[in-house]
Design a protein around this ligand. Structure first.
Ligand code: ASC
Length: 150
């Protein structure tokens, strides 16, 4: 089957075959989108952190719900780093595009840690959450240190 035929089957498949950039009308829309997804992810990740670090009472249901949101959000920003989105209202460093494979590894590592955190949050005990939270936070920080200005 040709690439074109693969894409022709269903709307959803066609959308997946489009370059990521085509999902956004303008580079600034992509920048807004990825920042918004990181912002919402951070809000829910922080609620897990508050429980893991004893700043908020442990609540198994809240932990599971917050971890689900984080897991979903962790998949979203990456498609919004397309061509032309390196300039504008962004703290993204040029290394994201210059060292794309390294950036992808860091993004994949973060998503893997977030999946472990989600599993841990479903275990229903604070100790599992504590064990998984640290490496997940470290995977956020690693990317900020290497790929985000300030
Ligand atoms: C957060 C948040 C991040 C990470 C990071 C961990 O709560 O918003 O970006 O944790 O600070 O070091």
């Amino acid at each position: 089957m040709t690439f074109a035929k693969n894409c022709a089957g269903a709307m959803i498949l066609a959308a997946m075959c489009l370059p990521a950039q085509a999902q956004f009308a303008k580079p600034e829309d992509a920048i807004k989108y990825r920042k918004a997804s990181f912002t919402v992810m951070s809000a829910h990740f922080s609620r897990l952190g508050a429980m893991a670090n004893g700043r908020a009472p442990y609540d198994a249901k809240a932990a599971a719900d917050n971890a689900d949101v984080v897991a979903t959000l962790s998949k979203l920003p990456w498609a919004a780093f397309g061509e032309g989105t390196d300039k504008g209202d962004t703290r993204a460093k040029p290394e994201i595009w210059k060292e794309a494979a390294k950036y992808k590894d860091a993004a994949d590592k973060m998503q893997a840690e977030i999946m472990k955190l989600n599993t841990a949050a479903k275990a229903g005990n604070i100790d599992a959450l504590k064990v998984a939270f640290g490496p997940a936070a470290a995977s956020c920080k690693a990317c900020h240190d290497n790929f985000r200005k300030d």
